[in-house]
Design a protein around this ligand. Structure first.
Ligand SMILES: CC(=O)N[C@H]1[C@@H](OP(=O)(O)OP(=O)(O)OC[C@H]2O[C@@H](n3ccc(=O)[nH]c3=O)[C@H](O)[C@@H]2O)O[C@H](CO)[C@@H](O)[C@@H]1O
Ligand SMILES: C=C(OP(=O)(O)O)C(=O)O
Length: 509
């Protein structure tokens, strides 16, 4: 069994044991083994026989392992209790995947600290492995080492893994430096309606990249005699679009000016990382970036991406919908300012600590303490804008928050065609959510939450809001098929359980 499987099985065993209210010693007694053996098993440090897995399953009255790896995972949520204590925000999915793609630029050793160990990252790792990149988790802190070979084996690219993520599109920027012809499968990710990649194509054309999208693949051809002659203007302030141009500019020996660049958190992390690789970037955090690339990068680099503002918002929402007092530590405040200002206007009682700096030496963090509050709906509609506006990925959380606030809230997600639609699933838990059109919902609060069984919508944030609603609803709810949540959150159920939630992970036989 590979270490990865052992760690996953260990996690399942630990969750299941905790859910049964057993200590490691009690489980050890039931199995006729020692507490230290159980400890090793749970940490994934012990090889397991099938017989042992069956005995553990019997002792915990739980199906630990199902045959095949496609069996979906579900959550059983006993809701209605408050959370308490403090929780640290983990590093971001979106910087994590961008930095993994960026590691392709570097012929030296890339070490990334405390990478979010989430399915989205796993899929990019699957793709990197398939083309010959060596990656290794270094420790339990989730530090990750990446070393690419001189020549990538693009013919062996893991198509199935690539198709499951949006981030594969960010291979275009790095690959155009070394390859003249290659193909990538269409990008996946959350199903939020049509998600254009035209801004990427438009912005990469000046680097000599021509892409034809046919038959499920982007067929790329690179003319390396072509180099940007004038500033590149992004036709949309796209996050991954900006990242792709940065990845193309990083090894272009002339100066690239990017206008209408996204200054969002993942872009800032990528810029700081590229600077560590020797790429000069001016304008960090603004919409005009000036990049002086370096033709060959071969540096041993060590970088710690910053905390995830979207996870911070998810945790704040967990406290708000369950009426809890909770401290969310390590929240990247610059990327939550507007969210916090709106919550304050809605009546949220909270305080923030002094600012301190994240491990990337750049991002400003605070600890936020949220207290039970009587919320009312905001006067104006809630709508996203490119940073420094309210983050579009935080919009779904406002649906959960509006559901516990008194009054009617209009939420207008002009960005994504389907995301607002997914939020109507909250009605299954008793919320009043009316779809005005595919982009706008009215949420009427407060809600008398009720437990229900719901299948995860194919979109990460709406799925998490439904989970949070289940935590607020008295009784037992079931959330089915939660891969989409694992795409973006590491051990979310386990971490919420440490705060007092009761969430059990289970699988079909
Ligand atoms: C891996 C990753 O980093 N994913 C994030 C990234 O996706 P991604 O980079 O794919 O999303 P984009 O920033 O390109 O934009 C998202 C959508 O907004 C529209 N748009 C965007 C900017 C603009 O000025 N006008 C406009 O209409 C685009 O058409 C697109 O459909 O950014 C999104 C928007 O923050 C987030 O939801 C995703 O979590
Ligand atoms: C839309 C999202 O992600 P992705 O771009 O990976 O689909 C998200 O993080 O909510």
């Amino acid at each position: 069994m590979t270490e990865d499987y052992l760690a996953r099985i260990g996690n399942l065993i630990r969750d299941s044991r905790k859910h049964r209210g057993l200590t490691q010693t009690q489980l050890a007694e039931a199995l006729g083994t020692s507490q230290s053996a159980v400890n090793r098993i749970e940490r994934g440090h012990q090889n397991l026989s099938l017989e042992m897995i069956a005995r553990i399953g019997a002792a915990l009255d739980s199906e630990i392992v199902a045959l095949g790896h496609t069996t979906p995972t579900h959550l059983r949520v006993v809701g209605g209790s408050q959370l308490s204590g403090a929780i640290d925000v983990k590093t971001s999915k979106n910087a994590g995947v961008a930095l993994l793609c960026a590691s392709l630029l570097n012929k030296g050793r890339t070490t990334l600290r405390k990478v979010a160990r989430i399915e989205e990252v796993n899929r990019i790792l699957d793709v990197l492995h398939s083309i010959g990149v060596k990656t290794r988790w270094l420790n339990e802190e989730n530090d990750l080492e990446i070393v690419r070979p001189e020549q990538l084996d693009l013919d062996a690219l893991d198509l199935e893994a690539a198709r499951r993520t949006r981030s594969i599109i960010m291979f275009l920027g790095p690959l155009l430096h070394d390859e003249t012809r290659f193909k990538l499968p269409y990008a996946g990710g959350c199903d939020l309606g049509t998600r254009t990649i035209e801004p990427h194509m438009h912005a990469l054309r000046p680097f000599g990249l021509e892409v034809k999208a046919t038959g499920g693949f982007y067929h790329a051809e690179v003319d390396r005699s072509v180099s940007p002659k004038r500033p590149i203007v992004l036709i949309e302030r796209s996050d991954t679009g900006t990242e792709n141009v940065l990845l193309a500019a990083a090894r272009n020996p002339s100066v690239t000016i990017i206008r209408n660049a996204s200054p969002n958190y993942m872009v800032q992390d990528l810029c700081v990382f590229l600077q560590k690789l020797g790429v000069q970037i001016d304008g960090l955090g603004t919409t005009t970036l000036t990049v002086q690339g370096v033709e060959e990068i071969s540096t041993d680099v060590d970088y710690a991406p910053s905390e995830d503002p979207i996870e911070a918002m998810s945790l704040l929402t967990a406290a708000i919908v369950t009426g809890s007092q909770l401290t969310v530590r390590r929240a990247p405040v610059e990327f939550l300012e507007i969210e916090l200002a709106i919550l304050e206007e809605m009546g949220l009682d909270y305080s923030r600590s002094n600012e301190y700096v994240a491990a990337n030496g750049f991002t400003r963090l605070v600890d936020l303490e949220v207290r039970p509050s009587r919320l009312h709906s905001p006067i104006d509609k809630i709508h996203p804008m490119p940073f420094p506006g309210l983050n579009v990925d935080n919009i779904p959380f406002f649906a959960g928050i509006a559901a516990v606030a008194h009054g009617s809230t209009l939420i207008h997600d002009w960005v994504y065609e389907n995301r607002a639609l997914h939020l109507t699933e909250l009605t299954k838990l008793g919320a009043t959510v009316k779809l005005a059109d595919p982009h706008r919902i009215y949420v009427e609060g407060p809600t008398r939450w009720r437990a229900a069984e719901v299948i995860c919508p194919p979109a990460l944030r709406p799925a998490v809001v439904i989970l949070l609603g289940m935590m607020a609803a008295k009784g037992t709810s079931v959330l089915r098929n939660v891969y989409v949540i694992h795409r973006g959150y590491e051990e979310l159920a386990e971490r919420l359980n440490q705060l007092g939630a009761q969430i059990e992970t289970f699988r079909d036989i």
